[in-house]
Ligand binder design. Structure first.
Ligand SMILES: Cc1ncc(COP(=O)(O)OP(=O)(O)O)c(N)n1
Ligand SMILES: Cc1nc(C(=O)O)sc1CCOP(=O)(O)O
Ligand SMILES: [Mg+2]
Length: 203
């Protein structure tokens, strides 16, 4: 199966800047997450409109945490540690695609049992986003893959040269923030991630 590339907003760029980058990398990416924990629902709603104006199909847009905004915009939702439980969202929003962040095989099993469509597992490698917290490594990814059947996206410190190792450990895709948003040429970076994912995914 084709391996996925998720691009995660960093909460630092303006939504206009993120949408512009999203427009450039759209052909190479499968999902765009608005992970903007400090923003209001109105700002997130406007952010979705900006993404749509840049040509991002609605099915590729995911809102972090805010089920209300996801429902209003008909996007997917990504549930974080502090979010509503997967089961609750699943019960009330039958058709909403649901992702969930997990940090152990037990959390992964629970998310799958409650009806998550996919999980993000991390952080795999050191990343400025999780300073001072030891990375979990690809060994833990391999162990977690044995616990669930739903797709597992690896997150945290993923650079193009790390993709083979992550796929070797069984990842169904990757989620990337700085590797694309801070790249000199985000489109080239996304293209390279996509190439690495497809090359390795076909093995
Ligand atoms: C053990 C552990 N708990 C929580 C977090 C952070 O939660 P998450 O839902 O992944 O939220 P963000 O990564 O989006 O901030 C964690 N990394 N580890
Ligand atoms: C949002 C997020 N969640 C993580 C987790 O482990 O739960 S790591 C992460 C940030 C990923 O950023 P980068 O690609 O720049 O390392
Ligand atoms: Mg996370």
């Amino acid at each position: 199966m084709r391996k996925q590339l998720h691009v995660i907003s960093d909460g630092k760029l303006s939504l206009e800047a993120f949408a512009e980058i999203a427009g450039e990398v759209e052909p190479f990416a499968d999902r765009f997450h608005l992970r903007e924990k400090h923003r209001t629902s109105r700002e997130l709603y406007e952010g979705v409109k900006l993404l749509c104006n840049e040509g991002i199909p609605i099915h590729k847009i995911v809102i972090n945490d805010r089920v209300d905004v996801a429902w209003a915009c008909k996007t997917g939702v990504h549930l974080a540690f502090h979010s509503l439980p997967v089961r609750v969202v699943k019960t009330h929003f039958l058709d909403m695609p649901i992702g969930c962040s997990v940090h152990s095989p037990e959390e992964a099993e629970e998310a799958a049992k409650q009806g998550a469509d996919y999980i993000l597992f991390g952080h795999i490698f050191e990343t400025d986003s999780k300073k001072g917290i030891p990375p979990r490594g690809t060994g833990s990814l391999e162990a977690l893959k044995k616990a669930v059947e739903i797709p597992v996206m690896a997150i945290g410190g993923i650079k193009p040269e790390k993709v083979p190792e992550v796929l070797e450990a069984g990842a169904d895709g990757i989620a990337v923030m700085s590797g694309i948003l801070q790249a000199k040429d985000p489109a080239e970076a996304a293209k390279l991630f996509s190439k690495k994912l497809n090359e390795e995914g076909e093995k």
